[in-house]
Design a protein around this ligand. Sequence first.
Ligand code: HAM
Length: 424
Amino acid sequence: MAAPLYRAPRGTQDILPDEQPWWRFVLSRAEALAARFGYRRIDTPVFEQAGLFVRSVGAGTDIVEKETYTFADRGGEEMTLRPEGTAPVCRAYIEHGMHTWPQPVRLYYICPIFRYERPQAGRYRQHHQFGVEAIGDPSPAVDAEVIEVGWLFLTDPGQGLGLEGLRLYVNSIGCPQDRPAYVARLRAHYEPLLPRLCPDCQGRRFPKAPLRLLDCKEEGCRVLTGDAPRSVDFLCPPCREHWEALLGFLKALGIPFTEDHRLVRGLDYYTRTVFEVQPPEERAQAVLMGGGRYDGLLQELGGRPTPGVGFGAGVERLVLQVKRQAIPVPPDRPPDAVVAYADAASFPQAFLLASRLRRAGLTALLAPQRSLKGQLRWAAAVKARYAVIVGEEEGRRGGVAVKEMETGAQREVALEGVAAALSS
Ligand code: HAM
């Protein structure tokens, strides 16, 4: 076979009909659970002005430095395909004056995200995120609520996906006032270790993004994080109080967590709480969900000072995990009927009958034009429950033949009774 002329771009994938039951399962559980906590859906454009992400995600981050799809539109304006969901939602909060709504404003989204990353298992250039954002309330109870939404969504067998063996990691990276003292200590710790760090940590992280030294995935760098200073030891009293209250709420909710002082996340807007959920097999490209608090972001984007907290979860990774853990998902409903015809003269009646059955609320497909045997094979291939055969002989008696595909049992049914017979 000749190679196809075009393929889906590297790092993207088609979600074919046979895949859809897993997607529908994951997304329907996400929407139902978000709704139960009072989160309402928001959809923002696939592209935004490029500056939005530079200001929010941060100019020095991997995402903005290396991964955005940015282009000049035909009017010459710089646009970026959405590389994450939080900044657009905050932009919309400001633009639509949501500070006048009851606070916090609870929003969720399900949308495609674009990052020019090196594709590998579970890492794509276009992926989808289910995310929630609670904007306008500084309380640690809201951090706990957001984590609870995420944890129930991932692990609850009744309301969520029922995934097992997951681990929740939490940390506090404090506020901008805490940061200088902590960064100074971190640099002092790493200075003598510099020759042992990977080139990226030496050349970029150490001078420009020292917190990210802690989450370098290179083994040589990872082993040096063990006795690195911890951000939680540098929290100001209000940040410490927030952190301790959050841990108390999580314990009260019975959500198991691990404090991880290496957790810093790859976006600049976080303050205080950060968290991630890892699947049983821990790898950087396997994180199922990540989030945190971003109390400075709305102001940075030109809004009034407004706190916020949220998470994003990668839908492709969740679908992989649901399959890996063999969690049963509701299958697609097969068609109720394929309407076939025994001879060419019966075709017009079959054509109309298929339409009548659909109007009666059934899923009915008209068989393609071929021999009756061929039509019945087609009915089996599309997994129809019944074949309804319109033919001259039954037609003379005002009926059709209804064949149950699984058993092969066939009976004659009066034309006006077909819909009822198939519904029973
Ligand atoms: P993030 O950690 O960059 O956070 O992404 C959130 C989740 O999206 C990840 O945990 C992962 O499951 C999935 N993900 C990220 N990149 C890829 C990729 N290349 N391929 C497949 N899945 C991927 C954010 O984007 C923040 N906006 C989350 C947030 C919301 N923080 C506060 N509110």
